[in-house]
Design a protein around this ligand. Structure first.
Ligand code: GLA
Length: 352
């Protein structure tokens, strides 16, 4: 990215977040000083009436988030609460959604925010609206740049899952008899997001621990966390490294690796000369179902059920019974490949 442009974009987004934080604080002051707060804010939030919860996600088009919603819906049905699903791709939409939820009488919100730096603004707004809050997937970051550990959070064990990716790539390389002289790692990164950085850092460390030279691990930073973003990042890397014969591909999630694999195909790299392993396991099902294998070897399947059902259930019980969930819950991943994905997806309730 051209530097002044990148700088201007960052400056603009910092400014937007500062303004949104301020707006939320002002909204918070207004609410709490209101002498006659609406009925929804009265008394403890252990609801005697029907419970209404929101589930807000940053990328509603991503199968991972659709699956979180599906499991949250299941929780709503089984436990008996109303679920409002919200896709919010920027800060303004998030804050507007919280306003709408409060107006609609909701008591709690599970949220994967489109920007973790919105954390303080979200906490202020939710607090003013008397909404209980659980963040999922992406942890809020405070104005000091540190994770907001006081906000209840459920996430993947990102580093460990990244390490498993690195170990599996190492094993696949050995199986194929490739040597570091002809092989390189392409790592599609998104360091702006802590969980994403932990994943790729974990993968790189495991590859090095398995004997792979660190200087042969090349980063492809994606500007947007989606397939087009990864495709573009990988294309740039491939232009610079046209002499590499074998590629090991990893990245922050399935879409990062899928974009990388599509770029390799676009450059005419033979399918058998690359191995890619994703993370999520939910966004690569179509890829694994393709009749002809591609270089996308497998993925670390995360527990969408824990992220969708369990978060909603924790929030529901918190509101209904006053039982606060643990502050920090971490979930694991399991490798799926063409060989076992149908079985594992069935076991995990992702597929019939
Ligand atoms: C982040 C990623 C998603 C998914 C979740 C899992 O939000 O953007 O694709 O990997 O983490 O927690």
């Amino acid at each position: 990215m051209n530097f002044p442009f990148a700088f201007a974009v960052r400056l603009r987004s910092h400014l937007a977040i500062a303004l949104l934080s301020l707006a939320a604080l002002v909204a918070g002051c207004n609410q709490s000083s209101d002498p006659s707060p609406p009925a929804r804010n009265a008394g403890p939030s252990t609801a005697s009436g029907p419970i209404r919860l929101g589930f807000l996600v940053k990328q509603p088009e991503e199968p991972w988030f659709q699956l979180e919603w599906r499991f949250a819906d299941q929780a709503a049905k089984e436990l008996g609460f109303t679920l409002v699903k919200i896709g919010a791709t920027d800060g303004e939409k998030v804050l507007a959604a919280i306003d709408n939820m409060a107006a609609g009488g909701a008591q709690g919100l599970v949220i994967c925010t489109p920007d973790t730096r919105l954390g303080p603004a979200i906490v202020a707004k939710a607090g003013a609206a008397n909404l209980k809050l659980i963040s999922v997937d992406d942890q809020f970051v405070g104005s000091d740049g540190q994770p907001m550990k006081q906000v209840h959070h459920l996430r993947i064990s990102a580093r460990k899952i990244g390490e498993s990716v690195g170990q599996t790539l190492t094993a696949e390389m050995k199986k194929r008899g490739w040597t570091p002289a002809t092989t390189a790692v392409a790592m599609v990164t998104f360091d702006e997001l802590a969980t994403a950085k932990e994943r790729t850092d974990g993968a790189a460390d495991a590859l090095v621990a398995g004997g792979f030279p660190r200087e042969r691990i090349f980063r492809a930073p994606e500007r947007t966390p989606d397939i087009p973003g990864a495709f573009e990042a990988m294309n740039t890397l491939l232009t610079q490294k046209s002499d590499v014969k074998h590629w090991l591909v990893c990245g922050v999630n399935d879409n990062a690796v899928l974009g990388g694999i599509r770029a390799l195909e676009g450059r005419g790299v033979p399918i058998e000369n690359a191995v890619g392993i994703g993370i999520n396991g939910t966004d690569c099902i179509v890829e694994l179902e393709k009749a002809r294998p591609t270089s996308f070897y497998g993925s670390m399947l995360l527990s969408a059920k824990a992220h969708g059902y369990q978060t909603s259930e924790m929030l529901y019980k918190w509101i209904k019974d006053g039982v606060a969930p643990p502050l920090d819950t971490r979930t694991v991943g399991v490798l799926i490949t063409r060989e076992n994905f149908r079985q594992v997806l069935k076991e995990q309730g992702v597929r019939e």
